[in-house]
Structure formats: C-alpha cells, structure tokens
Design a protein around this ligand. Structure first.
Ligand code: CAO
Length: 524
C-alpha cells in the first residue's frame, strides 16, 4: 500500500460564522483563489453592510478547493463560503462558537451601566475612539465609542438616553463582551428604558446591579445599527486598510478609492503614500496656494488649459522641484557671427542666430561631456551621451513643445535652418510624433526672436543643463581705449547643481562664449 493512501485529506466546508446581528450581508471582496494554501485565521472574504465591513477569517488551514460565493452575493450566517481540503481534523463549526451571554439589564436607581454588547466573534477589541464625555446628554442609539479589531471596526451606541455620569474606559483599552463602558443617568424611568429591548431581544431579563458588566437588554436588538466602518466624511475601506492607514498616519478621506462605491483598496492607499513620498519627500507634500473666488473683485472668464499646457506644466513642476538649479548669465560679442549672417542673407541664405548657437553648443558639449548627460535612476551615476541631440523649445498656439534635432554635429548651418523651419511648422500644426520629442541630451530655449534681456530656463529633466537665449542688442564695450558698439547676445545657462559645480558651469559658459564670438570653428 502506498503511504499516500494513509494520508486522508478531508473536505471542510467553511460557513459564514456569527458576525453579530447581520442578515444578508454583501460579499465585496474574495481574498483567496482555488488552490491557495491558507492558514487558520487568514481572511477569506470581506463583507460589507451599510454599517460595517469586516473580513471573515477561516477557522481552519488547508487548500481552497472551491469558492462558493461571488462578489455581490448577499450571504448570512451558516451560508457556505468556501470548501477546504485539509488534513487536520479541526472542527469547522465556524458558526457555532459564539456564546450568547444571557441578556440582562441594569436597574439601580436611574444610573445604568452601558457595557460592550455582543458584537460577534470578537474578544479584547481595542477602543480607538471615545465619542462622548462626562456630562453629555445622549439620545438612544448615539454612538459612544469605536472599537476596532484587525478584522472590523464598529461604533457602539448607547441603548438608552440620558446623561453620561462617568466614562470607564480610555483609548487603547481592550474590551470584551460585557465590559463596562460608561454609566448613564437615565432620563427615562429605568423600567421604560429596559422594557422595549426585552421584547425585541425576546430573552429573559434579570434585574442586575448597575455595575454588573453585562449588556443592557436592548444591546442585542440594536446591534445592526451599532457597527459602523464609515464614520461621517470618510471613505469606504476594509478594516485592514483602515488599520494600515492609521499606522501610516493617512487620513483616508484624502485617498480616492478605485473599488466599488469608491471603496479605498490596498493599492489606492499604497499609491497615495508613494505619491506623497515621491512628490513631497519632506513630510506630506507641498503647502497649497490659496483658493480665491476672483469674481468677487470683478468680471472673470474661465479658460481651460490645453492638453499640452497640462502635460508640460506637470513636467516643468517635476523638473523645478527635483533639480537644484543654478543659473549663470553671460553676454557674447556676436559681431563676427552677425557679419557672416548678413553676408549669407545677401546671398539669399537665411540663417537665424539659433543655428550658430546650436553648433557652438555641440562644440562646448564635446569639450564638457558632463553637460550632455543624465543621472541614472539611483542618482549615483552619470550617463554620458556620445550623441549630440538638442531639444529646441518651440512656441505653438497650444503651448510649449520641445522637439529634438538629432545628430547636430553632422549637419550644416543650412541643414539645421531647414530642419528647424520644418520642425517648427510641424509643431505649430500639432503634427509632432512622440519620437520627435525624445532623445535629447541638452536643450536650448530661444526667446531671441521675441525680446527680453535675460530669463532663467528650467532644466528639462532628465537632462542636466539648458541654455536660454535672449535678444541680442548693441552695447558699448570697452577695448582699453574706447567704447566700441558691439552686438551682444545674452545667454543664461541653468544646470543641475547635483551634477555640475559652479566652476564647471562657469568654464562651460566661457568656452561657449569664445566659440560663439569666433565662429570659424563652427564654420569648418
Ligand atoms: N537676437 C536677436 N534676434 C534674434 C535672435 C536673437 N537671439 N534670435 C532670433 N532672432 C531674430 C531672427 O533672426 C529672426 O529675424 P530675421 O527674420 O530678421 O532674421 C527673428 O528673430 C525671428 O526668429 P525666429 O524666432 O523665427 O527663429 P529662431 O530660429 O530664432 O527660432 C524657434 C525658432 C522655433 C525656436 C522660435 O520660433 C520659437 O518658437 N521660439 C520660442 C521658444 C520658446 O517658447 N522658448 C521659451 C521656452 S520656456 O517657456
């Protein structure tokens, strides 16, 4: 006989246990799959009523052989949830292990103790909120505390109206069925306060001293209104998500849920936390700017941002926040370049200063490879690029785009002029493809055709430097004896100070200045 025959595995039916006074509660999550090996107490499904959500654990370990419920099913105590193939003999009377305490009531003068009612299969459940204090006038059914286990959270209501005389628990206490919560000076006659529940609970009522830690008779009858997992203003989430949120210090009302009915799922909470860590990094994101109703001050009009505005806005914000910027300014004597440009113009060849600047930048990048580079993901290595692709910021009716002119070192000034014209036409017509905007090692933003004396460009991450070009103008320069009128081009170099030191920035700029002021090298 093979030994396998000796190991008899048995199929155990796992039924819905007593979960308190609930009837027909919806299955909102199934936490296991057929074939899963699960341990006793692992959660198998999550149920949600309009008052509470709770994870239901399996009482036995084993391999899930069938799942007998579907999401959306309404199930009740005793319904089959899953079947387990198990080789232990633990009983699976998951629905029969709740000892119902004999409902009793407190009668002593008008002081009535309020104790932890039967809240299902729970024991030693933590007090996470105290919702009332001494002196409060409570109505019947007002919530007095919130309890939370790792499987459920629930608000416990007072079964009678009256004034709170004392509160006998503190936050963090672990309570079980019958533990005293507080004493109430009943505003109604004691007999009135206890009679109604007797009927509802249809259980024998004994007169007990007020201090006896037993539920007042009405507790059981009101339990279905007592369990609440969604305090006002908060989102839907399972108890384990609520617990995790509290441990992480996350206010769940700030997390948008992607589950059914906007329920906050595990991935929503983790995504929210991740986003805070990556965007804020310094303790919870950025302070918000004020929200103002401008129409209070005069007529206004609302203009939707274009898709490009929104995309570039997000990217620029990320660049601005992630990169420690330094901007260095310089002015270049471009008399020689201007003379050559005018010469070409006379021959019908139109060249703007930008093509010269592009060629000069490539020369400077060859001399200073750190500027044609990106940090790797770890931030600990610099990836030097051996190709010379330049991003050129372009103005379009829909906003800023940065197409890439590739292999600039292989192209002549006229090639570049032609390609720039074609690319900017494409950009203005919204015909650039994603590939046209990828692969740059360095960016130039030229406002030379528009004006201004200087501006501070934002580094276009993951690049580490950008050159801003403003409008050239005639300026007097001192030659040692006289002031000479000189065509001067303002440049601004912004760089990532994690990668480039000030001295390196200064040297790059000095080199670029000398290449641009003597264009013979570019013309070769
Ligand atoms: N100084 C003086 N004149 C300049 C100059 C400079 N630095 N740069 C260009 N000019 C002149 C050109 O020579 C041209 O005049 P002519 O027709 O008399 O020769 C005129 O200004 C217009 O040039 P241009 O802007 O059409 O051409 P360009 O090659 O300089 O630039 C392009 C092309 C596509 C980059 C440009 O049209 C553009 O879109 N610029 C805006 C970039 C931008 O938005 N940057 C900001 C980004 S951050 O928000």
């Amino acid at each position: 006989m093979s030994s396998e025959i000796d190991i008899m595995s048995t199929i155990k039916n796992i039924e819905l246990p007593d979960i308190g006074d609930f009837d027909e509660v919806e299955v909102i999550e199934i936490l296991v799959s057929v074939g899963d090996t699960i341990a006793a107490e692992d959660s198998i499904i999550t149920l949600e009523s309009d008052k509470a959500s709770m994870e239901i654990p399996t009482p036995s370990a084993g391999v899930v052989s069938s799942i007998n419920v579907s999401i959306g099913d309404k199930i009740k105590q005793g319904d089959l949830v899953i079947a387990l193939e198990s080789d232990d003999n633990t009983a699976t009377d998951s629905d029969s292990n709740v000892e119902q305490p004999a409902p009793t009531e407190a009668v002593e003068a008008k002081i009535v103790p309020v104790t932890v009612p039967d809240i299902g299969d729970f024991d030693q459940v933590e007090v996470i909120e105290i919702l009332t204090q001494v002196g409060d006038d409570l109505n019947e059914e007002d919530s007095i505390i919130t309890l939370e286990s790792d499987k459920a959270s629930m608000e416990i209501p007072t079964p009678i109206a009256g004034k709170v005389v004392d509160v006998n628990i503190t936050l963090g206490d672990k309570l079980s069925l019958g533990d005293l919560i507080l004493n109430i000076e009943s505003s109604a006659a004691t007999s009135t306060a206890t009679e109604a529940p007797v009927k509802k609970a249809s259980a024998p009522v004994e007169q007990k001293p007020a201090t006896t830690p037993t539920p007042v008779a009405k507790s059981a009858a009101t339990l279905d209104q007592s369990v609440s997992n969604t305090p006002k203003g908060e989102s839907h989430a399972s108890p384990s998500i609520r617990k995790l949120a509290r441990e992480l210090g996350v206010d769940l009302s700030n997390v948008s849920g992607s589950g059914p009915k906007g329920r906050v799922l595990d991935e929503d909470l983790k995504g929210y936390v991740k986003q805070i860590i990556t965007s804020g990094g310094m303790g919870g994101g950025l302070p918000k700017t004020p929200v103002v109703d401008f129409s209070k001050f005069g007529e206004t009009e609302t203009l939707a941002l274009s898709r490009i505005n929104k995309l570039s806005g997000k990217h620029l914000t990320a660049c601005w926040l992630n990169i420690p910027h330094v901007t260095q300014f310089d002015e270049v004597n471009i008399d020689q370049m201007e003379a050559f440009r005018q010469e070409q113009k006379a021959k019908g060849v139109k060249l703007t200063p930008l093509v010269f600047i592009m060629k000069a930048v490539v020369q400077a990048l060859k001399n200073h490879p750190r500027f044609n580079a990106s940090l790797d993901e770890s931030g600990e290595n610099l990836i030097l690029k051996k190709y010379f692709n330049l991003g050129i910021a372009m103005d379009t009716p829909n906003g800023l785009v940065v197409p890439v002119i590739k292999d600039v070192e292989t192209k002549s000034l006229t090639d570049l002029a032609t390609e720039l014209a074609q690319t900017s036409a494409k950009a203005r017509d919204g015909k650039l493809k994603p590939g046209d905007m990828q692969g740059a090692g360095f960016t130039i933003s030229s406002l030379g055709g528009i004006g201004g004396t200087q501006f501070t460009p934002i580094v276009n991450a993951p690049e580490v430097a950008i050159l801003g070009v403003s409008k050239s103008q005639m300026k007097p320069t001192w030659d040692g004896k006289n002031f000479i009128p000189t065509l001067t081009l303002p440049l601004a170099l912004s760089y990532d100070h994690r990668v480039i030191d000030g001295a390196q920035g200064g040297r790059f700029m000095a080199d670029l200045n000398s290449i641009l002021s003597d264009i013979r090298e570019i013309l070769l």
